[in-house]
Design a protein around this ligand. Sequence first.
Ligand code: ADP
Ligand code: MG
Length: 270
Amino acid sequence: AKSDQSFRGLRVLVVANQKGGVGKTTTAINLGTALAAVGERVLLIDSDPQGNASTGLGVGRAQRKTTLYDVLMGEKPLTDAIVHTAVPGLDLTPSDPDLSGVELELGNAPRRSYKLRDALHAIREAGEYSYVLIDCPPSLNLLTVNAMAAADAVLVPLQCEFFALEGLTQLMRTVDLVRGSLNPKLEIQGVVLTMYDRRNSLSEQVASDVRAHFGEAVYQTVIPRNVRVSEAPSFGKPALVYDLKCAGSQAYLKLAREVVLRERERRAAA
Ligand code: ADP
Ligand code: MG
């Protein structure tokens, strides 16, 4: 695949924020769908034992035969743990509730923090995907560490609320720690403001504070709070499939274009 002129390489993005309920899974699902809609080939890896990304994409328990758990335990190659979703161009590596036991089960296994990175090697070589998005649990456990060790860059969804900046500073410290130990090349892909409420002056204040501190790292696109976005997962559909015209879906499409553009600029500069 590398000799093919159209081969554009693979970008592995970890969707991370140690806080729960900030829009990580919603962003993984809808950015993944939007990237596929603009022609990228996307693999979403559901690394949260809760499996919200799998459910939200309509991949029920019956379709989760081989999962990320089997991959991290070294029992199956990642290529065996991939299912197609209803969205053309978007595949999924499903979660498993047993993922919550991986930390204990791996114990002091060699390369325990690099299980996902090692598993992704074959995917990088095959050149079938242009983006891998990893949806993480809201904590800094071995699953998140594996995701950060495997990723090229971190994509941070940030909810526009009072303690957003403190949370972001803490996450940046974690990224520095990972750079200093497991993955020196880990970059910040960008910060995306989620659940933005135009009628709430706090949203606006937080957004401008975050932009003042993190500048260019913050995407221009802001994801609005939108009831259609929150309804979609209960139908097992991405918002973009449930209601393409709603403001939330349109914002995720805009974000996907921004991500692709930023990626193109990054590659031109490299
Ligand atoms: P996390 O994965 O960080 O825990 P989720 O993506 O699951 O967060 O989002 C938390 C809750 O907020 C969910 O109920 C989700 O449907 C809702 N939500 C996320 N983004 C939006 C949005 N843009 N508008 C409305 N509700 C949203
Ligand atoms: Mg989640």
